[in-house]
Design a protein around this ligand. Structure first.
Ligand SMILES: [Zn+2]
Length: 188
């Protein structure tokens, strides 16, 4: 005789295990703290709240404080249950939302967006770690800027714009960093 608690636990463990497998296959990402359990059948996400409804992708808008201003940001991602109306946000969506919010703040402050920083870095032919060695900001600076985890300083922003416009300056910056120029796209 299996107790109800045990059944629930087994079901939950099965579900989480299944989710981990699906996550490895790239089919679904890990749940956020707002969602503890979710079952996927034939590409259909079942609602973790009512366990009956089907989740479909949806968007929402929210207001965010930025200095003295309030930014209204639309198009943030979530799921919506067609049965109970729950609106869980999954980790991949949280990451993308996080970047959208950081980019809105950067646009407001006339700073480069994460995508634009990546574009400049690629134009210069630099890996994220080479870019950090050359421009500074710490080891993981560029992955943080590009993901929107950290907003670059105005000084860093200007340095990136200047180097993108006058790529020859990269030679000097490489020399400051004691790096061979072969790390870059200069002269190719
Ligand atoms: Zn539901």
């Amino acid at each position: 005789m299996v107790s109800n608690t045990e059944k629930r636990r087994n079901k939950q463990e099965y579900s989480l295990d299944r989710i981990r497998t699906l996550a490895k296959q790239g089919a679904v990402s890990f749940m956020s703290s707002r969602v503890t359990r979710c079952v996927m059948n034939n590409q259909t996400l079942t609602c973790p709240v009512c366990e009956e409804g089907r989740l479909t992708e949806s968007t929402f808008a929210d207001d965010f404080k930025h200095g003295k201003k309030t930014l209204h940001i639309d198009g943030l991602e979530c799921y919506l249950c067609n049965n109970c109306g729950a609106d869980p946000v999954f980790p991949e969506q949280i990451r993308r939302n996080h970047l959208s919010i950081a980019d809105s703040k950067r646009v407001e402050d006339d700073l480069l967006t994460g995508a634009k920083i990546k574009e400049i870095r690629n134009q210069l032919g630099l890996s994220q770690s080479d870019a950090a060695r050359i421009f500074g900001g710490g080891d993981n600076a560029f992955s943080k800027y590009e993901r929107g985890d950290v907003i670059q300083s105005k000084a860093m922003d200007k340095l990136l714009r200047l180097t993108a416009k006058h790529q020859v300056n990269l030679l000097e910056l490489c020399s400051f960093a004691g790096m061979p120029v072969k790390h870059t796209n200069i002269g190719r």
